[in-house]
Design a binder for this molecule. Structure first.
Ligand code: GDP
Length: 310
């Protein structure tokens, strides 16, 4: 069975890691959001791609979920001492990734090639693909400050501004890469990982245009990133509430309603399963909270078992 997983950062990376522990490299491709990518200190930074790569490589910081384990921040502290910006936390090891990526991009390599080479160097055997090699920039429209580039909203302003909407700048000219198209063509199932629907998954879906890109549509299942009306981490629930939608697993099913074949919700939300719309979406209720490596593997196994039943 060939699986394509769509992932943002922390939540997506955990399930992608679980799937990678169960599936051989040729059976899993992870397509990652690049709408969060930005230029900072003269470097090109791809936060979600790096989070997924570091997680699968076993290099991620287990406390934060982003950045590298056993990290130091000497370079950033010295940048600050010189009056430079230090609001985006870049560790010394992590900086090496951005330095080398930026050098290669300037030399004409694509983000897809660079990610493949980095994965090889880090011992990641499953394929991790940026959603596109064309630039897409997620903009968050806020009540207080108007439109903010994603990292200004997310990191610098700590998700405090009230959200009105989102725009993916550059989306009209962004194309899925040949590698992404090929993975989608071969997929028996697409798994939408428990990532933020607004800012992690919607940019991927906007680039992929699954309905027109994939000739023989595979099963598409999503795992709810909202458990008991709350996010495990990050602003997804706050975003739903600010946009006038009650945050819940139902809101997630509604968000993806035209795509889904199956939907996985947490045991906490078992009572909502019967209300998942549209009615022909099959549901699976399971413990979807991934606190440990065992949890990642267990949820991934539940996902694979569920796919078999569709
Ligand atoms: P970000 O780019 O780092 O914010 O990461 P993502 O978009 O991939 O993930 C954020 C979403 O993942 C949030 O909505 C979280 O609620 C969700 N999430 C994180 N950990 C888990 C988990 O263990 N289980 C589930 N079901 N969702 C999770």
């Amino acid at each position: 069975m060939n699986i394509v997983a769509l992932a943002g950062g922390v939540g997506g990376a955990k399930l992608a890691d679980g799937l990678a522990q169960l599936l051989p490299p040729e059976a899993l491709t992870i397509i990652v959001n690049t709408g969060d990518d930005f230029e900072h200190l003269g470097l090109t930074i791809s936060p979600d791609v790096d989070t997924v790569c570091y997680t699968l490589a076993g290099l991620a910081n287990p406390e934060t979920g982003w950045g590298r384990a056993d990290e130091t921040f000497e370079a950033l502290e010295n940048v600050r001492a010189l009056g430079g910006p230090d609001w985006f936390r870049l560790g010394d090891k992590d900086l090496a990734t951005h330095l080398e990526r930026t050098r290669r991009l300037k030399a004409g390599q694509t983000l897809t090639q660079i990610t493949r080479d980095f994965c090889q160097a880090w011992g990641v055997r499953h394929t991790i693909l940026p959603m596109s090699d064309d630039p897409v920039q997620t903009m968050v429209d806020t009540v207080e400050f108007g439109e903010l580039p994603f990292q200004e909203y997310f990191v610098r302003r700590k998700c405090e501004p009230k959200v009105k909407g989102f725009r993916f700048a550059g989306i009209e000219s962004a194309r899925p890469t040949p590698e992404v198209r090929e993975a989608l063509e071969r997929a028996d199932a697409i798994v939408i990982c428990p990532s933020n629907p607004w800012v992690s998954i919607d940019p991927i879906l906007a680039v992929l245009q699954l309905r027109s890109t994939v000739h023989c549509p595979p099963s598409i299942i999503a795992v709810s990133p909202i458990i008991g009306g709350q996010t495990v981490k990050g602003p997804a629930a706050k975003m739903y509430a600010e946009m006038g939608i009650t945050p819940s697993a139902l809101a997630i099913a509604e968000h993806y309603k035209n795509l889904l074949t199956g939907f996985i919700l947490d045991t906490t939300d078992a009572h909502l399963a019967k209300d998942v719309q549209p009615v022909n979406v099959q549901t699976c209720v399971t413990n979807s909270l991934m606190k440990s490596q065992t949890d990642r593997r267990r949820l991934a196994q539940d996902v694979l078992n569920f796919i078999q039943t569709l």
